[in-house]
Design a protein. Structure first.
Length: 268
């Protein structure tokens, strides 16, 4: 496996994974966009529900002249989606390193980076890349928070339990992003994350039935509740009443675009 000791090695490895993963026409559109440095990471503030103070930042990848499109709206191959997760981690590390070099430590908000659980469970380069970041880029990773997306209901519980245990032992903090109802609370009780993120809100029966055990879990395990995609004051009030300590969404902040600190070349 590649030795990812330096920033250059990280970039070259991520470049190779993206090229190898490209299969669909949309995959190649994104590769072309990266060649022209048109894939940006955008950061959206995550605020405290009571004080409105910015406490974290949330990273996503965007594409387009005004960075208006999520890269995941394209018809991407499975491995391309995995490789983009690692590309997001690469940009997060570069972003945090730049901040650590230029501003006071107390002014840095930890950067939350979403990762599909399949990237780490089903794809060999995934966990190797993440573990290499913690091993060789540990200072930057102090301010990077992996957020594991547990959206599918069919993940192997044995493998997932080992992954959660590794994250719990390795990361200064990790989050979990769930959709309700979820079957993963027993595993999360064994290896609790620092926070659970929920980016949905509706009134149907399955949502309400799925939300109650999550609220109990949050209180019993002293895990933070983060509300995502909050679009209205009504939603914010509802989430606050349910115990959400943090929130983000267009109700308060438009995501801010950042270009990569240096050109990310995909072809010579």
């Amino acid at each position: 496996m590649a030795k990812l000791f330096t920033d250059a090695a990280l970039g070259e490895h991520a470049r190779g994974l993206l090229i190898q993963a490209a299969q669909t026409p949309d995959d190649h559109i994104l590769l072309e966009a990266m060649q022209h440095n048109d894939i940006r990471h955008v950061c959206q503030p995550i605020r405290h529900t009571e004080t409105n103070e910015v406490t974290f930042q949330h990273l996503t990848l965007r594409f387009g002249s005004n960075n208006e499109q999520s890269v995941y709206r394209f018809d991407l191959s499975e491995e391309m989606r995995y490789a983009l997760d690692l590309f997001g981690l690469l940009l997060a590390v570069r972003h945090i390193k730049f901040q650590q070099e230029t501003i006071h430590t107390s002014l840095i908000n930890p950067l939350v980076v979403p990762l599909q659980v399949e990237t780490l469970l089903k794809w060999e380069p995934g966990q190797h890349f993440l573990s290499s970041l913690f091993e060789h880029h540990s200072q930057a990773m102090q301010d990077v928070v992996p957020c594991l997306q547990l959206f599918q209901s069919d993940s192997d519980t044995g493998q997932l339990g080992k992954l959660l245990g590794w994250l719990h032992d390795t990361c200064p903090a990790f989050w979990v992003d769930i959709r309700l109802p979820t079957a993963y609370l027993p595993l999360l009780e064994t290896h609790p994350p620092a926070a659970i993120k929920i980016a949905q809100f509706n009134e149907d029966t399955s949502f309400k039935q799925g939300l109650l055990p999550v609220i109990r879990f949050l209180k019993q395990c002293h895990v933070e509740f983060v509300a995502g995609r909050v679009a209205t004051q009504y939603d914010l009030i509802r989430f606050r009443r349910l115990g959400a300590g943090y929130y983000f969404g267009y109700i308060s902040d438009i995501p801010t675009s950042f270009s990569a600190p240096r050109k990310f070349k995909l072809v010579k």
